[in-house]
Design a protein around this ligand. Structure first.
Ligand SMILES: [Zn+2]
Length: 125
C-alpha cells in the first residue's frame, strides 16, 4: 500500500490494484472519496428520474391517473348538482304550492324532470 496514493482498490482486467491518483481527503483521491461517490450516484439517480418523467409512457400513465381523478370528481359534482336541483324543486315548486299550476301536460313544465333540467340550464349546465 502506497500511503501517498488513494487507498481505493480498482480493477484492471482480472486484477485489483491500488488507485494511482494522489490522496485528496481521508486517504482517497477526489474521484474515490465516499462523498464524491455518493454525490455522483445522487446525480445519476436525479438524471434517471428526470428521463423517466419525460418518457411518453410515464406521462401517459400520469395523464390516465389525472383523467381518472377528474372523472370521479365530475361524477361527485354532478351528483351534488342534481341534489341541489331536487332541493330547489322542493323549495320553489312544492313548498310554494306551485306544482299543480306549472307542472303537467299543457302547462309550463311537462313534469318534474323537465323543471329540473331547465333549472340546470339556468345554472349553466
Ligand atoms: Zn482513487
Amino acid at each position: 500500500m502506497d500511503h501517498t496514493r488513494c487507498k481505493e482498490m480498482v480493477w484492471a482486467g482480472y486484477h485489483k490494484h491500488q488507485c494511482s491518483r494522489k490522496r485528496w481527503k481521508d486517504g482517497y483521491c477526489k474521484q474515490h472519496h465516499p462523498d464524491s461517490v455518493a454525490k455522483r450516484r445522487e446525480e445519476q439517480t436525479k438524471r434517471y428520474e428526470q428521463r423517466r418523467k419525460e418518457a411518453p409512457w410515464y406521462r401517459m400513465r400520469e395523464m390516465q391517473k389525472l383523467n381518472e381523478s377528474l372523472k370521479s370528481e365530475n361524477a361527485r359534482l354532478t351528483k351534488a348538482l342534481e341534489k341541489a336541483a331536487e332541493e330547489a324543486y322542493r323549495n320553489e315548486v312544492v313548498d310554494t304550492k306551485m306544482e299543480e299550476h306549472i307542472i303537467g301536460e299543457g302547462k309550463e313544465y311537462f313534469d318534474k324532470k323537465d323543471w329540473v333540467e331547465s333549472k340546470l340550464i339556468d345554472w349553466g349546465y
